[in-house]
Design a binder for this molecule. Sequence first.
Ligand code: G6P
Ligand code: ZN
Length: 543
Amino acid sequence: MTIHSVASTPYAGQRPGTSGLRKKVSEFLQPGYLENFVEAIFQTIGDCRGQTLVLGGDGRYFNRTAVGVILQMAAAHGVGRVLVGQGGILSTPAVSCVIRKHAAFGGIVLSASHNPGGPEGDFGIKYNIGNGGPAPEKITEALYLYTQTNALYRISDAAVPDLDTVGVSRIEQMDVEVIDPVSDYAELMASLFDFAAIKALFAGGFTMRFDAMHAVCGPYAHAILEGMLGAPAGTVINGTPLEDFGGHHPDPNPVNAAELIAEMFGAAAPDFGAASDGDADRNMIVARGLAVTPSDSLAIIAANAKLAPGYRAGLAGIARSMPTSTAADRVAKSLGIPCYETPTGWKYFGNLLDAGMVTLCGEESYGTGSSHIREKDGLWAVLFWLNLLAASGKPAATLVREHWATFGRNYYSRHDYEAVDAQAAEAMMAHLRGQLGQLAGRQLDGFTVALADDFVYTDPVDLSVTSKQGVRIVMTDGSRIVFRLSGTGTEGATIRLYLEKYEADQARHAIDPQQALAGLATIAANLSQLKTRTGRDHPTIVT
Ligand code: G6P
Ligand code: ZN
C-alpha cells in the first residue's frame, strides 16, 4: 500500500455551479478529471487530517467508481474516518443528516440531482461543510482557482474495501465505515413528525402513491412509508435505484412524473401522490386532480407547521429563493415572522438557518426543507404533508383551496428554454438589463411596473453580496416576471422565465394557470425579444 503523487494536467471549466460540479459522464471519464477536482477539495476545505468525512451518492452510473477513488484519495490526505453509505448510496438529505448527527468535518455528495444518468448522462460532485450544507461560495471559488493550476494529486493504491457490507475496514490509516444509508435519516424523521397519527391514517385505508423515479429515494421511501408507517406494499413505485434511472429524467414535476400525474388525475386516483428526484432532495406534492406548486407547498406547510411535533414551537422565519412565488411572504406576514428572499441555490439558506433566523426554506424548483438539516429534503416534505393530512383530517386538495381562500392565490408557472445558444441567452439578459432603468412606473398591458432590477442579495449574517441573480419586474399588484439563466444546465444555456400573478378573489381561483398568466407571458416575450434573439417560439418545458 503506497501513496502516490500523480502528475496531472488541469482541466478548464471545473467551476462548481448552483449545486456542485455537474458534467457529462464522458467528461468525468477523462484521465485525472475526477481526481483533480477531489484534490482541489482536499486542498481548500482546511486541514481534515484525522477528521471524519461522510461520502455517498445517488447511485447513478460512475457512483461506485468515484466512491472508490475518493476513498483512496481521502486516505492519501490523512483523513481519519469516512462514513460511507452501503453500496456507495446516500441521498443528499441523508448526507446532510449524517454529517450533523456524527459531527463530521464535512461530506462529499455524488449526484447530478435530477439530471439524467447513465453513460450518456450526467454526473456530479459537491462538497458539504460541517453544518451539513453545501460549501459557501468562498470555498467553491477557492476550489475552482485551485483546479486551474493544479498539476498533481495524491492517491493510495490500497484496494477499495467491500462497500456492500455494513462494517469497518481500513485503507492506509483511515477507517472506512460502511453504514446503513437509511437509519440515521429515518430516526430524524420520526423525531419531527407524528408517525403514530400517519400510521393510523394508513391503517384507516388512506391511499398514496409515491414515485421514487428509479432513484435514490426508493430505499428511504420503502423503509419509512411502507415499513415504519405501514403503507401498503405498492405505495412506492419505481423504488429501486437504477444507474440510468430507467432512462427517465428523475425530476419530480408534472412533465417528467407524467405517470404519477396521470394516476392522480384519473378516476381511480389514490388520496395523495408525491415524487422525488435523483438524489431525493426535491419533491412534488400532488393532490387528487391538483398538482401543488412548490411555492404553494412551502406556504401551506408554513401556515400549518404547528400541526407537526417538530415545529410545534412555531417558526423563526421563512426563506425563499427570489423566483419562488410570494405566497410564503403572505403567510409570514400573518404569522408576524420575517420572510427572506435569497438567490437561487440552497447554499444561500445556510447562514440564515445556522443563525436561527429561519425554520423553513423553499424554492420553486421543487425544493423544500427546514432547519433539521442543511439541504432540501424531498421525503421530509412528503412526511410533513402526511402529518398535515393526518392531523387535519382533510383531503390535500381541500387544504390547498382553503389556503387560497384565506391568503389569495399566487398563480405561478415557470417556462424553461433549454439548450439555447449561450451567447444569444447572455445577449438577451443584457438586453433586459439595459431596460431596467426605464421600466419603473411604465404601464404594460394593464400592469404598472413598481420595480425592475437585477436581483442583488446581501446576506444578513455575513454581509456578503451576490449580484446579477436574475432580472425581476415587479408590478404594483404584486405580479412578477423574472428572467434568469440556469446554473445547473450542462448543455448550452437554459433560460428560465418565472411568471406570478396574485389573485385575491376566491371566485377567480379555478382558472388554468397558463391562462391566468398569459398577459404577463406576452409582456415578458416583448421585453426580452426572446423569440428573435434565440429562435425559440415556445418553451421546452412548462411547469
Ligand atoms: C438545484 C439547486 C437548487 C436550485 C435548482 C435550480 O436543485 O440545489 O437550489 O434551485 O438547482 O437551479 P437553476 O440554477 O438550474 O435554476
Ligand atoms: Zn436533487
